[in-house]
Design a protein around this ligand. Structure first.
Ligand SMILES: NC(=O)c1ccc[n+]([C@@H]2O[C@H](COP(=O)([O-])OP(=O)(O)OC[C@H]3O[C@@H](n4cnc5c(N)ncnc54)[C@H](O)[C@@H]3O)[C@@H](O)[C@H]2O)c1
Length: 324
């Protein structure tokens, strides 16, 4: 694993994965059309191509020219509410986009393929999910991701490519480098609160406080983006060495509610945050937490940034940097 192509490398998670790969002396090639990504998140040591993932021919040329051995496919559309409004666009980007990237790898030097899937593929009300839990996505977004997973599984076997499907839980936080973090508001709770806190009288909307959870608000397994970034390289080297493909949950096996998160922000900033309670949003699940036993059995992973206080601190620091 020397030459790695990453789609979506100008995005939030992609920029953190790239930062980690570059630190580990990998040659990184980024394909991104900047639809939700940002030029300033592009790592200076990576080679950048402003390309749509649907342009498989051009991607193939890059793969051949630079003898790419591994592809990390992160480009996609991910806002649950926007997927409900634009199902065709989500299908095109997440399903056809994945097919296009995968077919660009056919009969090339690519040996490993990593895909960013999501906890949104699981059926609601299962609470703590392992990889064999029932798959029944409630949202259009989740449906497109599971379709993409199936395409990867069936094609990689035929193409002789090892794959790892990473089902990310809720990604948050920012790199301690202070150079990258979440810029666009992708409906992330941590981002919403960070943005609100930059205002004089912060208000935060909570969508539903009547869920069957201890405080009535939704519960998620929030994972710090730098811990997640590290997983990519570890899993890549594992599948490359063993030749065994895998599907793994990427989370800490810990649930945090919306209210708990808001309280931690309040504690650190000593600011009052007004809460506006709204109706539940279609597609939202009550609670999703990762059973990460398989992840821990797959790689030797010691997450460093898991404390809620550490995550919140990194969000506040990043928001101040981008508002300077
Ligand atoms: N952020 C999360 O909490 C989370 C959770 C689960 C899964 N994921 C998955 O992780 C991946 C990355 O998410 P992110 O949070 O970094 O989002 P992001 O929007 O910051 O990054 C996506 C990147 O892909 C690029 N892109 C989108 N469509 C493209 C296309 N057709 N051609 C080329 N580039 C394109 C965008 O410009 C952007 O830079 C997504 O596939 C998402 O579904 C994210």
């Amino acid at each position: 694993m020397k030459n790695i192509l990453i789609t979506g490398g100008a995005g939030y998670i992609g920029s953190h994965v790239t930062e980690f790969l570059v630190k580990n002396k990998k040659k990184v090639f980024i394909v991104d059309n900047l639809s939700t990504g940002f030029k300033k998140l592009i790592n200076k040591k990576a080679k950048f191509y402003n390309l749509n993932i649907l342009d498989g021919k051009k991607i193939r040329k890059i793969i051949i020219k630079f003898k790419i051995d591994s592809v990390i496919h992160l480009a996609g559309s991910l806002i649950i509410s926007s997927g409900e409004k634009n199902p065709k666009l989500y299908y095109k980007n997440n399903v056809l986009g994945t097919k296009s990237v995968l077919l660009a790898c056919k009969n090339t030097s690519v040996k490993n393929f990593i895909f960013s899937s999501t906890a949104a593929v699981y059926k609601d009300k299962q609470k703590i999910v392992h990889e064999k839990s029932i798959i029944k996505p409630k949202s259009v977004y989740g449906k497109t991701k599971i379709k993409a997973e199936k395409i990867i599984i069936s094609n990689c076997q035929k193409l002789g490519i090892n794959y790892a499907i990473l089902r990310y839980f809720n990604v948050c936080g920012a790199s301690l480098s202070g150079k990258i973090g979440l810029i666009a508001n992708t409906d992330s709770l941590f981002k919403n609160i960070s943005v609100a806190l930059m205002k004089k009288n912060p208000i935060i909307k909570i969508y539903g406080n009547d869920y069957n959870t201890p405080d009535g608000t939704t519960i998620r397994d929030y994972i710090h983006v730098t811990d997640l970034a590290e997983l990519h390289l570890k899993i890549l080297s594992k599948i490359s060495k063993t030749g065994k493909s895998t599907i793994v949950n990427c989370g800490y096996h810990r649930g945090i509610s919306v209210i708990e998160t808001i309280n931690e922000f309040k504690k650190q900033t000593k600011k009052n945050i007004s809460i506006s309670y709204e109706k539940r949003r279609p597609g939202d699940l009550a609670m999703v937490v990762a059973n990460n036993k398989k992840l821990k059995e797959t790689i030797n992973w010691s997450p460093k940034y898991y404390k809620l206080s550490t995550i919140v601190k990194s969000c506040i620091k990043w928001e101040k940097i981008i508002n300077r």
